[in-house]
Design a protein around this ligand. Structure first.
Ligand SMILES: *Cc1c(COP(=O)(O)O)cnc(C)c1O
Length: 433
């Protein structure tokens, strides 16, 4: 399988290069040259298949011969060693719970599969990998937990000081080992700019290989398709799927699975007040805006990084895109009220992100009577105790996996928002490569 660059479709890369580079030198996103079509036998067997089994069949369609079958099996078994749960709430609504991994958010799927790929790449040569990540919260924790203890791979995570939650900060700063957290006295955008400039300054043939693990890495997108096969396999076909969206990677994965032959009837792009895509669907004009802070903060994105990919899945055709995807957006008051309403009616506890998806599904079903659907819950409500508990009037139990992160000794490197400082740090630590 080859991957082309969305900025220049003539430039292609194999799976390994697309993953290790993350993004092309001209900042273009990689996209598979065609969407693989599993055979009809796969779809017939789907209702009986577990997530790792699905992963082992779909994964190789994307990696071709660049990852041997036995390695792929190991990557999938190790990456997806926690449950995915599809729960029925009533006759028309099911919830796909993607928050049972080690950091209690769906980013574990992408991060753990990508980490497995990097471990394999690094086992094939004797170069140390240094993986740089800028995070506004959840991504860094998922990456840190996925790469912890990986041999010959160092993880360096940049996060904006004072702008992530205490739990998130502990997930970045308390693991130690091969995980280094750099606390930047600036914004997430500063962190991202620092990572970009370090990558741009890479020297070919250096002893240390600098890589990036940002959210647009294709090795994070591919595994996000797996759970859509699982959900439709277990729920039956013809369902609408509502995805809580920020950078639009998760819904792009759903769209890719759909176009590979999966029986999805429609997609809902559900957002908080960062409504760039719902507005695009209504008007046909894509107008990125500065991000606005909300209680569903992992979706506070005004310029979704995966939008071009999603548009490409629908052949850059607005009418095809808007015929397949409906957009709805919701403000904080509506999200809070919905968490309370659903809890009162069913006893089910939503986190703010899952609540946005649930609201999106409700809005769709309202306009399409008789349909039924699945909404995606991306984070455990215990990660948002301070928002959820006052609304439902009871305590939310914290899952075992993240309980350890409520305490712990924080270790971080303080840094000014300066690319030169990061370059100096890397030089100090690794020499001139
Ligand atoms: C990252 C994240 C999202 C948004 O997913 P995208 O792929 O960026 O659209 C939604 N919910 C949670 C909890 C997240 O961490």
């Amino acid at each position: 399988m080859l991957y082309y660059n969305l900025k220049n479709e003539k430039v292609t890369a194999g799976f390994t290069d697309a993953v290790e580079n993350g993004i092309s030198p001209d900042m273009g996103l990689f996209m598979p040259e065609r969407i693989p079509q599993p055979d009809s036998g796969f779809f017939r067997r789907l209702p009986q298949m577990s997530l790792p089994e699905i992963a082992m069949e779909i994964g190789p369609l994307y990696t071709g011969d660049e990852i041997p079958m036995s390695v792929m099996r190991q990557i999938c078994e190790e990456a997806f060693n926690f449950p995915v749960i599809l729960r029925r709430l009533d006759d028309h609504r099911q919830v796909l719970e993607l928050f049972h991994g080690p950091t209690a958010a769906f980013k574990d799927f992408g991060a753990r599969f990508m980490a497995g790929c990097f471990r394999y790449f690094s086992s094939r040569d004797d170069r140390r990998r240094v993986v740089l990540v800028a995070t506004s919260g959840d991504t860094g924790g998922a990456i840190a937990s996925s790469f912890l203890g990986a041999e010959a791979i160092d993880i360096i995570i940049l996060y904006p000081s004072g702008k992530v939650s205490a739990l998130q900060e502990n997930q970045l700063t308390t693991l130690g080992s091969n995980i280094t957290a750099i606390e930047v006295e600036g914004t997430f955008d500063d962190c991202q700019a620092m990572v970009k400039s370090a990558l741009a300054a890479r020297v070919a043939g250096a002893k240390v290989k600098l890589a990036s693990a940002n959210s647009i890495n294709i090795a994070r997108l591919i595994p996000q398709t797996f759970y859509y096969y699982f959900a439709i396999g277990h729920a039956g076909g013809g369902k609408v799927i509502s995805v809580p969206s920020g950078n639009f990677g998760n819904i792009t994965a759903a769209a890719i699975a759909w176009r590979s032959g999966l029986d999805i009837s429609s997609l809902v792009a559900a957002t908080n007040v960062n409504r760039t895509v719902p507005d695009y669907l209504r008007t046909g004009t894509f107008r990125p805006a500065p991000s606005v802070a909300t209680i569903a903060n992992a979706m506070d994105v005004g310029n979704p990084g995966n939008f071009d990919r999603l548009r490409r899945v629908f052949d850059n055709d607005y009418s095809r895109f808007s015929g397949a995807v409906s957009g709805y957006w919701f403000d904080d008051d509506t999200i809070r009220e919905h968490i309370g309403e659903v809890y009162g009616r069913t006893g089910y506890i939503l986190d703010p992100h899952g609540a946005v998806a649930s609201l999106g599904l409700d809005a769709f079903l309202e306009h399409n009577r008789g349909s039924s659907g699945i909404f995606v819950a991306t984070a455990h409500p215990a990660k948002f105790k301070r928002i959820v508990e006052p609304v439902i009037g009871r305590e939310v139990e914290v899952p075992e996996s993240i309980r350890g992160f409520l305490t712990g000794r924080k270790l971080s490197v303080q840094m000014k928002p300066s690319s030169a400082e990061l370059a100096g740090y890397l030089y100090e630590r690794y020499g001139r490569g």
